[in-house]
Structure formats: structure tokens, C-alpha cells
Design a protein around this ligand. Structure first.
Ligand code: UN1
Length: 511
């Protein structure tokens, strides 16, 4: 076990052990299967986590529901104060938690720390919200009446997160939902269970200090069975799901069947359009991070470069040089010189291999990379492909690996058409110096994505803006100024203080 290795002593700083309990309902108790957590950098077991049985899930749901009553009665600024303290507790554990994310997920340390920072930022955002949560009073058409929009918490919500952002995506949901007065059950990816246990221990420490029941933020490590139970559970008012489009579609349908709410953050197939007037230095710098960073494992990773034909050859050849310069810096994500870590699982390596093979079969050219790296762990070469048609099924599907398709375009309109022709609608960017083209890009006939950038990568969004996408990306939004609405229910209240009954629209009923 890597946890016994003194190089990984940060695991102990996070309260982790060789064998960890993966269920928290105020108490730590689990009776499900033992899951081994592997480091994708070397395939070795870090430590083990006992997952949830069906009965453990039930205990979480009951405890969380019980905890809700007191939590919902707390004044909203008091809940904000708890979230502020969670932000501070995360600041204290920033380094070890970042190291754990890097070790267990496989992203490089600065990016791993960055995602803990994203959680801290959303705590700050939620704290502000706790002092400003709105509720409007509208004028009534009836004398002596008033219309009030009153927002109340939903109650119990479920948060299902993916391996690639094992801290931030939970944080986006949890911090805002807590301020809104909701309680949650978190089902993390079963390949990043240690991170989920460590995060929950940090949240627990703050709850305990403030005499708040721990079940306000329950944890249920588990696989598909637990996810399925949570999705079907009528007590769970909102299911926030991050993952593949295929699974997300099923989640959406199942939740809809019981008239629950869903917030879906599904696949992306993000493009950067390179205009003929683009600043290519800027573009190359951005594209390297956008296409190859995080080993292609962000839902916001750039999968397609739509390049004006005038600069196509130059961009491809400079991108190849940029890739060549980072090949020596693929490796252990915890080392400071590393820029690109491994893929997360052997299955991801297989998906990469079969996509590359299919590219070749369909007549595409591997301009760079294309091979699995012979070393321990799950490393692949970042890969550049040319020669496939813009509308080929390969180009239109998402492979969660560092493969980018370079496609020539005749003009911006063609670029926008290609950008929009895929099923997914998460992120997009244009590189241009032309103001008119910027406004075309962000206008009604521009990008149809939820994230529409100019002169920056498609990935690396800040928490101040709403995050999420259209079409097969699922339509959900997290973070940003009005994300809280997804975690609350709205009541329209009409109060009559006139002493007489008057009907709206001045309807006369009877004498
Ligand atoms: C994800 O890949 O699931 O915009 C989330 C970004 C990050 C979040 C990505 N802030 O790339």
C-alpha cells in the first residue's frame, strides 16, 4: 500500500488509513464491498475504502432527512458562516488534499490544488449569497394585496460526481446547496473514493465544531447500485449528476419519471476556432493546455481545432513542436517538472488505443503521438490528428483522452457551423482580433454552447460564471450568480390585507 510509504505521508495528514470507511451519516459506518484505490501513475494500491451497502444508503438518507429540519431552520447567514469555515478548513488542507487528488486522480499538482481552490472560491461565493439571497416583492393588481416570491430549500439532494474533478464538482454543489438549506448525499466516483473520504472529513470537522449533525453532508461511496438507488429515491428532490452523456440521459429520464429535479453536466466536444487574423502565439499557448492538459480528461478539453485554411499548416506544425517540447514532461503528476499526468484507468487507455486505431482505419493522419507510453501507470502520448472530415462520427464523439482533431475551415461562418454540428454543447472558443467577429460569435448565430470564450482556452472556467452546457451536455448550470435557484423551490405568495376578497383580472363571481 502506498499509504505505508513515507513519500505519501500527506495521506495521514488527511486522516486517511490503510482501510477507510466510505460512508458517513453523522457516524462513519460501512458494510459494503471493499474498494481498492489505485494510483494511475503506477497502478499501485494507495489504500482501501469500504463502500456502502443498500442498508448503509438507507441509513444515510434517513439521517440526512432528520438533519434537514434543524438545518433548514438556521438563519441563512448562519449557514453561510458554516460554509465560510469549510472554506477555511480547506485552505488549511490545501496542500495535502491537492496531493491526494494528484495521486488518486492523476492530474498534475498545480491543477489538483487548483480544483481545491475552486471549492474554496465557491465557498466564498456561497458566503456572499448567504447575505444576499433574494426574494422579490411584486406589485399586485388588487388593492390591499401583495405578491411575494419566497424561496425555500428543496430538502435532501443527491450529488453524483465523476473521477476527473473529484473535489471541485462536489464543492460547487455542496457549498451553494448548504447555504440554500439543503442536506446532501454525495456519491463520488468509485475510482476516487479516498478524495471523497478526505473531503468529507474536512466538512465533518467544521460541522462537529458547530454542533451541526454530520448527516447534513452525508457520503455514500459506492458503484452503480448506489447511484441507481439514489436516482430512484423519491426523497431525493434534486439529483445533480456529472458524467457521460449516455448515463446522464438515463439519470435524467429516471428522475423525470418521479418528477424529481435533475442538474446534468454531461459530455463535451469542445472546439477552438482559429480565425485567419488570430494571434497565433496566444493560440498556441492556449491550445497546448486546452488539448493536452489534464491528459485530455476535462469535460472542457478542446477536442477539435477548427483552423482557417490560411493558417492551417502553420498552426499544425507549431502545435506539433509545442507537443514535442512537453513529451519529456509527461510523468508522475506529483513531480514539479511534470506537465501531463496519466490517464485515470486502464479502460481509458483502451479507449484511447481503439480511437487511434479507428482514426488510422478511416484514413486520418496521426500528426503527433498516437502511442501508449511504455512505463508503469496509464500514460499515453498527447495526439494530433488531421485528415478526417469535420462530420465524421469519430470527430463528433468524445474520447476522454488527449486526442485533438485539426480541421480546416474557409471562414468564421463555416467554423461556427462545425462548432455547432455536434450533439454536445459545453464549451467553445474563438481566437480573433476582430471585434465584429467576436460579436457574431457570442450572438444568436454564433456558438450554441453554454461556455463561449474569446482568446482563451475552452477549459479552466472560473466559479463566478455559470458552468454547464446545452444539448447533449444536459442543460444544467452550476456556480455563477443564480445557480442557487436549482437548489431551492419557489413559492408565489399572495397576501390579502384589504379585509375583502377581490379576484384577479377583476372577475366578478356572484353578486
Ligand atoms: C469538468 O471537467 O468536469 O472549466 C469540470 C474547467 C474546470 C471545471 C471542469 N473549471 O475546466
Amino acid at each position: 500500500y502506498l499509504i505505508d510509504d513515507p513519500n505519501y505521508s500527506f495521506l495521514k495528514d488527511l486522516g486517511l488509513d490503510k482501510k477507510n470507511v466510505g460512508v458517513f451519516n453523522g457516524k462513519w459506518e460501512a458494510n459494503g464491498q471493499l474498494i481498492q484505490s489505485y494510483s494511475p501513475a503506477n497502478g499501485k494500491v494507495i489504500a482501501e475504502v469500504q463502500s456502502a451497502s443498500a442498508a448503509d444508503y438507507e441509513a444515510c438518507a434517513k439521517a440526512a432527512q432528520d438533519a434537514w429540519h434543524a438545518w433548514a431552520e438556521l438563519p441563512i447567514p448562519s449557514r453561510g458562516e458554516i460554509v465560510r469555515q469549510i472554506g477555511d478548513a480547506l485552505r488549511e488542507k490545501l496542500q495535502p488534499l491537492g496531493q491526494l487528488v494528484s495521486l488518486e486522480m492523476g492530474k498534475i499538482l498545480p491543477e489538483a490544488i487548483g480544483e481545491v481552490v475552486e471549492y474554496i472560491h465557491v465557498c466564498d461565493l456561497a458566503l456572499g449569497l448567504s447575505r444576499t439571497l433574494p426574494g422579490t416583492i411584486f406589485p399586485s393588481e388588487r388593492p390591499g394585496h401583495v405578491l411575494i416570491e419566497k424561496w425555500n430549500p428543496l430538502g435532501l439532494i443527491g450529488v453524483i460526481t465523476a473521477f476527473n474533478f473529484p473535489v471541485a464538482v462536489f464543492g460547487w454543489n455542496s457549498a451553494i446547496a448548504m447555504v440554500c438549506g439543503d442536506v446532501s448525499i454525495w456519491k463520488p466516483s468509485d475510482t476516487t473514493p479516498l478524495t471523497a473520504v478526505a473531503v468529507t472529513k474536512i466538512v465533518e470537522s467544521v460541522l462537529v465544531k458547530n454542533n451541526i449533525p454530520g448527516a447534513v453532508a452525508a457520503l455514500c461511496v459506492g458503484g452503480r447500485d448506489i447511484g441507481h438507488t439514489l436516482v430512484q429515491d423519491r426523497r431525493v428532490k434534486l439529483v445533480s449528476f456529472t458524467g457521460s452523456t449516455a448515463v446522464g440521459q438515463q439519470v435524467g429520464v429516471e428522475v423525470q419519471k418521479r418528477f424529481g429535479r435533475h442538474l446534468l453536466e454531461l459530455g463535451g466536444n469542445n472546439a477552438i476556432i482559429v480565425n485567419s487574423d488570430a494571434n497565433l502565439d496566444l493560440l498556441l499557448n492556449a491550445a497546448l493546455f486546452a488539448c493536452a492538459g489534464t491528459a485530455g480528461q476535462r469535460c472542457t478539453t478542446t477536442r477539435r481545432l477548427l483552423i482557417h485554411q490560411q493558417v492551417f499548416d502553420e498552426v499544425v506544425s507549431r502545435l506539433k513542436k509545442a507537443y514535442a517540447s512537453v513529451v519529456s514532461r509527461i510523468g508522475d503528476p506529483l513531480l514539479p517538472e511534470t506537465l501531463i499526468g496519466p490517464l485515470h484507468t486502464p479502460a481509458a487507455v483502451e479507449a484511447y488505443k481503439s480511437t487511434v486505431a479507428e482514426v488510422v482505419k478511416q484514413g486520418g493522419t496521426i500528426e503527433f503521438g498516437g502511442k501508449v507510453i511504455e512505463r508503469e501507470g496509464y500514460f499515453v502520448e498527447p495526439t494530433i490528428v488531421t485528415g478526417l472530415p469535420h462530420d465524421s462520427p469519430l470527430v463528433k464523439s468524445e474520447c476522454f483522452a488527449p486526442i485533438v482533431y485539426c480541421i480546416p475551415i474557409a471562414d468564421l461562418d463555416t467554423g461556427i457551423q462545425y462548432n455547432n454540428e455536434v450533439d454536445q454543447g459545453l464549451s467553445s472558443s474563438v481566437f480573433t482580433e476582430n471585434l465584429g467577429d467576436v460579436f457574431k460569435w457570442i450572438g444568436p448565430h454564433g456558438s450554441d454552447c453554454g461556455i463561449v470564450n474569446v482568446n482563451i482556452p475552452t477549459n479552466g472556467a472560473e466559479v463566478g460564471g455559470a458552468f454547464g452546457g446545452e444539448k447533449a451536455t444536459g442543460g444544467g448550470r452550476e456556480c455563477g450568480a443564480d445557480a442557487w435557484k436549482a437548489y431551492m423551490r419557489r413559492a408565489t405568495v399572495t397576501i390579502n390585507y384589504s379585509g375583502t376578497i377581490k379576484l384577479a383580472q377583476n372577475i366578478k363571481f356572484g353578486d
